[in-house]
Write a protein that binds this ligand. Structure first.
Ligand SMILES: Nc1ncnc2c1ncn2[C@@H]1O[C@H](COP(=O)(O)OP(=O)(O)O)[C@@H](O)[C@H]1O
Ligand SMILES: [Mg+2]
Length: 355
């Protein structure tokens, strides 16, 4: 439990990832919540911004990004900050942190790398550990574990050791897709997020281009049968006991939930989703089961599809550092479930200390 002295929260954001901007947006929400009226006597935030090149900034300059005094676009590699001072392993900047709150989306962060680094500080952190983070980030491994558990998911194929420069290999891949999956298919890099690198492919002629796009992000590629689906999301918090939030549905105008529709359009979010209670219970059960299987705890958002034609539930993925932007479902799910953002961030810290 939180008591006594103010807790210093080491909020890490930005990151060397294609979700850099989203992370800044998420961090602004969380920063504000810790500095809110109900939290400001309990917490102080020590922000740490990692720029797009992977360089850490000191807390003072990091804070300026959160309060818009510095535009993050101007932080070039050789930029405005003294690199010498920001040496993680010398530990100067990091001694005064009580609890880490890594809010890095995507690779070089959400994939467990930051969790590994922070372990050496021997301080608790919001979120799960190295294994859960790495598995949650890697769609191929995540799906393989879901398959082992016989959790319902879409049909898929994995290509992870193929030389896409070889024409024969490319043709073999295309033939296998044609043989085993129905169009449309979704071509995805195994490691990414925010829909980056993903293409919806409606016929054979588009496959190669989609493979190229995916492999720019990750040469390990997942191809899924595309279904007509509703998109359903469930929040998780806790450690030895995992709690589920209400279930939400996101409705967008675009054909699928691509990057632009995630962050630049006015989606309709419906919480609780209009689904019957039996389906809601099943979704919550699968959400907990899947997090347990991947050793995911602290917080997470588990995403599902409901196939429109059959009403079948399919697990899509687990996000181990869910977004906290203005458009993000995770804080909305918890608000609908009785935890306002200010209460949610305090609860997440409490969970990290209760481990
Ligand atoms: N098999 C599928 N069938 C239908 N839509 C899909 C499928 N896979 C992905 N999509 C669409 O693409 C979006 C992003 O895919 P997802 O695997 O969740 O990647 P990300 O990790 O980038 O969010 C989904 O939210 C959905 O709109
Ligand atoms: Mg997704």
């Amino acid at each position: 439990m939180i008591g006594g002295k103010k807790k210093s929260i080491g909020l890490i954001f930005g990151g060397n990832s294609n979700e850099h901007e989203i992370s800044i947006s998420s961090a602004k929400t969380v920063y504000k919540a810790f500095n809110s009226e109900i939290n400001k006597d309990l917490f102080t935030v020590k922000p740490f911004y990692i720029n797009k090149y992977g360089d850490w900034l000191d807390s003072d300059n990091s804070e300026k990004i959160l309060i818009d005094e510095i535009e993050n676009k101007n932080t070039k590699k050789e930029g405005i900050f003294n690199q010498e001072k920001i040496n993680f392993l010398q530990g100067i900047e990091f001694q005064n942190v009580d609890v880490w709150f890594p809010l890095l989306h995507g690779f070089n962060g959400e994939d467990g790398s930051i969790h590994g680094l922070l372990r050496f500080t021997k301080k608790p952190l919001v979120g799960c550990g190295i294994i859960g983070s790495a598995l949650g980030m890697d769609k191929i491994l995540m799906k393989t574990i879901f398959s082992n558990l016989k959790l319902p998911q879409v049909n898929y194929l994995i290509f992870q050791d193929k030389d896409l420069n070889d024409k024969q290999v490319r043709n073999k891949i295309i033939n296998e897709i044609l043989k085993k999956l129905n169009f449309p298919v979704f071509v995805k890099p195994s490691n990414s997020g925010s829909s980056l690198g993903i293409s919806k492919v409606i016929n054979e002629s588009e496959i190669l281009q989609a493979l190229e796009k995916a492999r720019e992000i990750d040469p390990r590629i997942l191809i899924e049968e595309g279904l007509e689906v509703r998109e359903i999301e469930c929040g998780i918090i806790g450690n030895s006991k995992l709690l589920t939030s209400d279930i939400g549905e996101v409705i967008y105008e675009s054909d699928w939930y691509d990057y632009d529709s995630k962050y630049h359009s006015s989606n309709k979010i419906i919480i609780p989703a209009d689904i019957d209670s039996k389906i809601a219970k099943e979704i919550k059960d699968i959400a907990i089961k899947s997090c347990r299987a991947l050793n995911i705890f602290g917080f997470a958002r588990v995403d599902f599809f409901i196939e429109k034609s059959s009403n079948k539930i399919l697990i899509n993925e687990i996000n181990t550092i869910p977004g906290f932007t203005k458009n993000s479902m995770f804080p909305m799910l918890w608000e609908a479930s009785g935890l306002k953002i200010e209460q949610l961030v305090a609860k997440l810290v409490q969970i990290s200390l209760d481990l």
